[in-house]
Design a protein around this ligand. Sequence first.
Ligand code: ASP
Ligand code: MG
Length: 443
Amino acid sequence: MIVMKFGGTSVGSALRMKEVANLITLDSQKKIVVLSAVSGTTNKLVSIGESLYKQDKDEAIHKIKQLRAEYDQLNQELYSSDESKEKAKLLLNENFEYLLSFTKDLFTIYEERALLAQGELLSTNLFKIYCDEAGIQAALIPALDFMRIDKNLEPDEYYIQSNLEKELSKYPETPIFITQGYVCRNAFGEIDNLKRGGSDYTATLVGAAIKAKEVQIWTDIDGMHNNDPRVVEGTHPVESLSYNEAAELAYFGAKILHPSCVWPAQQHNIPIALKNTMQPEAKGTIISQFTDKDRITAIAAKDGITAIKIRSGRMLNAYGFLRNVFEVFERYKTPIDMITTSEVAVSLTIDDKSHLSEILDELRKYAHVEVDENKTIVCVVGDFLSDKKGYAEQIFGALRNIPIRMISYGGSNNNVSVLVNENDKNEALKALHEGLFTAKTMA
Ligand code: ASP
Ligand code: MG
């Protein structure tokens, strides 16, 4: 069995949904098809939630009606028979009445989660009606009946596996199963979600639960590129990545993959194929346990980074200092990305600034603290052998004209990161591309 996950743009219009139907019927392999919400819908639901939080009911109703109009249009374009159109209309009536019901009552985080789940519920139900019309034998299995996170917000793998099996066994003859990405229940049985972009995570969790032969992630780009195509000319998709390389890249800004989605596949050694719906024949990127040793694979960047330098005489020859520092970040649930140390100071970076001022207040109680905002982490991902010389020269030689605030080398064998000013990011990406890829191929 395989898993095929289609992102928002891949189900973003009637035409695209029909293409999905085509792609899932090209072969007769059994498959679970995981769908995102139609592109833009989740953002619109977030925005409806914002109106409801500030108790602007008129604004919320207006936004809900605008969204409904988009779906009415999709209904017209997707189906040919009046019967399907009528079925879709009833579904939309029910769904949008539910959305409107949020404007009549108290709106809290619980309602917000239920609101955010509607995008995937809509896309999958509409797609199922299309499959019925097109004579595609498929069963819809509700993610809310098997997808679950525990008290620590981690996936409850045992629950997912046993309940998914139950769902699948209801349709022994069916070759295609359709389910919602992103939505789940939490430890209390309430509707919840796997955070923005979480459909990828659903796909690999489902893949792990059924020990799939492969998890395919279908998007509108042709795989993971070796640099940011918006900034650098001449990038190309990387044909194969190891799980570790992919995890580093997913985290550092390559928006194509949800950062948590690599580990469930890695744990069960299931390959992830990144494919392009617009160019299905293209190779895309395969993520698996196999990798070429000793190579520089890709460059990525993450903006909006804050660097914090913590200096204290107490750090010199002392133990426990770093623990005190880390505890502050832990209390405010703020992940640390990069870290470098000297004998008397430690510099680290964070991405989430929501508790920055509280964190600084606490740190200043026992250390001198300096803050630099608007930084970018630029990372070079590859398979670096620890006993090989020359990587540092290659990377830092390419960056010779860029001021560097921090360097992290050796944290893993798959990543070298530097922290630069946001203003220098484009130049850094281009210089690295030139130094690591272009110059090399010309030589
Ligand atoms: N629809 C959700 C989002 O836009 C989940 C996903 O598409 O992966 O974040
Ligand atoms: Mg996505």
